[in-house]
Design a protein around this ligand. Sequence first.
Ligand SMILES: [Zn+2]
Length: 259
Amino acid sequence: MSDLDNMLDYLLDVARGDMPGPIGMLKAPDEKGPLGEYLIKYVLDNMIATTGYPTYTNLIVPNPNSLAHTAEIDVLLLTIKGIFVFESKNYAGWIFGSDGQRQWTASLAKDKRERFYNPVMQNREHVRALAAYLGLHESAFRSYIVFSKRSVLKEVPADTSEYCVCQRPSLRSRLRNDLRAREALFSDEHFRSLKARLDVLAAASGEGAREEHVEQVREAMRTCPLCGKPLVERHRKSDGGAFIGCSGYPRCRYTRAAW
Ligand SMILES: [Zn+2]
């Protein structure tokens, strides 16, 4: 493409709300990774500006049983219809991968290949940690694997109800269709409590995260996401296996796996 084509392409993106204007781009981070996340967030914020749905970037999600093991979520969108979790991938070239393969490939030329961890699996782990933290079933989430414009999705899995692998330019229309097709999942009250729990994570995820914020996350992990009572370890009658349950049982039936 010529420079003029590139420029027209960019201006069209700006007009559609897919890219920030020149001023907004000045504020964009200059490394590739953060830029992808910034652009995803830009598209989302543009789309949902009137809804009051919050977006979060670079959320550190603890493994419920150990703060040492964490997942980092690139971008998250909380809506009343579910939670959208975005994994940004900035590889250029031809992208090959399937649902079950551990490694995917970005191929720039015959002898120039890069392998990377299957992003569908990667984001599945993020969703799993987040589902436990928020006390939600994994079906309340939708995973988006978003590749940059510079890639060609040669062989990637087709959409499922769990995930969608796409390129950033199609993100807006995909998400809009997705939101249209879904029913409301959370009451206003539930939405507010989920937001409060995500806000705690966001406060503890920043670079200068203070110990008190991390302590708030630990505290949140020790309490039931449904009713706020302390969580306790329990054992199944059938096989003695351990799980985490709410001390408010039987009134509150929240449980999650102990892992
Ligand atoms: Zn409870």
